[in-house]
Design a protein around this ligand. Structure first.
Ligand code: ATP
Ligand code: MG
Length: 257
């Protein structure tokens, strides 16, 4: 959908939001709800990567092994992928050679030259990042493209996260997430919308998952301090996504409504 036709009437100015939190904390779930409630378009680095893996793009082929092992994909590739996506949608204006060998969600035209940041203040330029940035380098690259104005730290108890991952199923093409205990699909094993099969993420195995948690604590969590210093950090706590959603909605209305 083009930015000009998106209904963002609840928002009076551009919301440029990052969701940060350990794997399994419910970033994907909250993204889906913010899309419903505010038409805030999510850009999920994990979903984009999985799309590249499915389409066997050069980036996907390169990323696949790292992802399966629970490691982090190289910063330069991630920046190309995400900044390319933002610039394609007109949310940042970038001139550079960004996109060779990467599958974005549609056509992208980029002219040569140095990278220049610019972001619109119009609510139609609102968007949400899920899973990016995850390292200091990625955060610095993003800072040089666009000033994000809200970083949400999703604070969910550790044991809840472990339990969720053990019961998680996904519809890969859409990124829709189900849980075998509290958010079951209407029909077992298939997606509610398309009827296509649900799968387990290959990186949700217990060993790989604990590696992802560790990498979050060591590499990504320190970014919170960076955004706190920039004055844009806000923390929300809860044991279920349903506890978190109303708090998040209220904060977004308070800041951007
Ligand atoms: P969950 O989706 O359960 O919340 P997550 O946030 O760890 O967990 P994704 O965001 O889907 O999972 O990412 C899956 C994998 O993709 C990561 O483990 C990593 O290998 C790779 N990846 C995603 N985003 C990035 C990033 N910004 N930098 C480097 N690697 C990334
Ligand atoms: Mg995710």
């Amino acid at each position: 959908m083009s930015t000009s036709t998106r209904n963002l009437s609840k928002l009076k100015k551009a919301a440029r939001i990052i969701l940060v939190g350990p794997p399994g904390c419910g970033k994907g779930t909250q993204s889906g709800r913010l899309l419903d409630h505010f038409k805030l378009t999510p850009i999920s680095s994990g979903d984009l990567l999985r799309e590249n893996v499915r389409n066997r793009t050069p980036l996907g082929i390169q990323a696949e092994t790292v992802m399966r092992s629970g490691g982090l994909v190289q910063d330069s590739l991630m920046v190309k992928l995400i900044v390319g996506e933002l610039s394609k949608r007109g949310w940042v204006e970038t001139r550079g050679n960004l996109t060779s060998g990467i599958c974005l969600t549609g056509p992208l035209s980029i002219i040569g030259g140095p990278i220049t940041p610019r972001a619109s203040d119009s609510p139609t330029a609102s968007f949400l990042l899920d899973g990016f940035p995850r390292t200091k380098n990625q955060a610095q690259s993003l800072d040089s493209e666009v000033a994000m104005n809200l970083v949400v730290n999703l604070n969910v108890p550790h044991d809840v996260i472990l339990d969720r991952i053990a019961n998680r199923l996904v519809h890969e093409p859409s990124g829709r997430i189900y849980n075998m205990t509290w958010n079951k699909p209407k029909n077992p094993g298939v997606d509610d919308v398309t009827g296509e099969p649900l799968t387990r993420r290959p990186d949700d195995s217990p060993e790989t998952f604990s590696k992802r948690l560790k990498s979050y604590a060591e590499v990504t969590e320190p970014l919170l301090e960076h955004y706190d210093r920039a004055g844009v950090l806000w923390t929300v706590s809860g044991s279920t996504s349903d506890e978190i959603t109303p708090q998040l909605d209220a904060e977004i209305l308070k800041r951007f409504g």
